[in-house]
Ligand binder design. Sequence first.
Ligand SMILES: [Ca+2]
Ligand SMILES: [Ca+2]
Length: 216
Amino acid sequence: MRSVVPVPVPVPVLALVTGLLALGAPVASAATPAPASVTVQADVNGDGVPDRVVVSPATDAANQQILTVTIGRTNYVAHTAMPYFGVQAPKVVDINLDGKQELIVTEDIGAHTYWYSVWGMFGGLRPVRLADQVTKLQLLEGESVGELARYNCNDYTPSGRRQLVTYTAQLADPNTLMYTGHRVTYDIVNGIATVTNAFALSGPQIIFYGDPSSCL
Ligand SMILES: [Ca+2]
Ligand SMILES: [Ca+2]
């Protein structure tokens, strides 16, 4: 009898291939579905053409999300914190009424309050920053009996530009339901929010009223 095929060689090769396939398997496994992402359209460069905006969980960092804006074939990408509850659809606004839309991105959700940053194309995809050009503008929205946080936009300004107005307040007297807090107005140019007006207020809840839809 003649010995036939030298079997030992093919076996390790096959094993190696099988091993590679096995390594790749979990990626496509239905047992670990990809985390949901959200997509909205916004004209971030003001050319009249909607641009695609996607928020998706970061795969390389816990509690982080990736904001991707696609203009034509170019992707602009930024990382932000991600709420515990997962990615939220960004709100599309025009915070200064210059025809280029901005994105209000949810970074955290507390018991009663949403914590946002505001993003736009300011020489690249960047957050709106305060006058120090470093600190991100943090926008809050929410209310409980003890605390209020609201915002709106005001189109009737001396500059003719839309301005952002924020309100924050705490309950000062539970018997009279009087609140004390602050109203701050920002002029936003090239992604920099400059305070044009800030003062303390006290009174009933209604004086801290802000309508977010005024920023659409
Ligand atoms: Ca566009
Ligand atoms: Ca704008």
